[in-house]
Design a protein around this ligand. Structure first.
Ligand SMILES: [Cu+2]
Length: 160
């Protein structure tokens, strides 16, 4: 076998392993809806719970759908290295909350009104948030740690 042929065989081998990896990825995505990651359209399970991962800097899903009137228990696990939070509201509420968080920067968290639909989760920890989507429309779950929302750390929730 000359050098040129050997390179061609090697390349074919690499290609075959890439195909194998891709096939495995597809198989995983076909699992239960709640464990789908990377942009899948999630739905809460029949108990109304949904498990989500907070990563640096994203949630492990970008969209989900909820029935009008449904109460959803969001269970977040922060698998990242920095704190993340989750605030639920429409786009206008997200914009308002982003400004509030910037104004509050450096102040103790106790200054944060506790009746807001928000939770802060430290690295390696879990936190949950329960919210009833009374009105049809488009909501977001946004992280408002500095720069995260702007970087796209949000989940679009379609309620219908
Ligand atoms: Cu974040």
């Amino acid at each position: 076998m000359n050098r040129r042929t050997r390179t061609a065989v090697l390349a074919a081998g690499v290609l075959a392993s890439i195909t194998l990896v891709a096939a495995c990825g597809e198989e995983r995505a076909a699992g239960p809806a709640v464990s789908v990651s990377a942009g899948g359209d999630l739905k809460p399970d029949p108990t109304g719970a949904v498990a989500l991962r907070m990563e640096d800097i994203r949630f492990d899903t970008t969209s989900m759908t909820v029935q009008t009137g449904e109460t959803v228990e969001f269970n977040f696990t922060n698998v990242g290295k920095v704190p993340h939070d989750a605030f639920i509201g429409d786009a206008a509420a997200q914009a308002e909350h982003e400004i509030e968080m910037i104004e509050m920067a450096g102040q103790p968290m106790s200054g944060h009104s506790t009746d807001e639909p928000a939770v802060v989760v430290d690295p390696g920890k879990s936190g949950s948030l329960t919210y009833t989507f009374d009105t049809p429309g488009t909501y977001e779950v946004g992280c408002h740690q500095p720069g995260h929302y702007a970087a796209g750390m949000k989940i679009v929730v379609t309620v219908g």
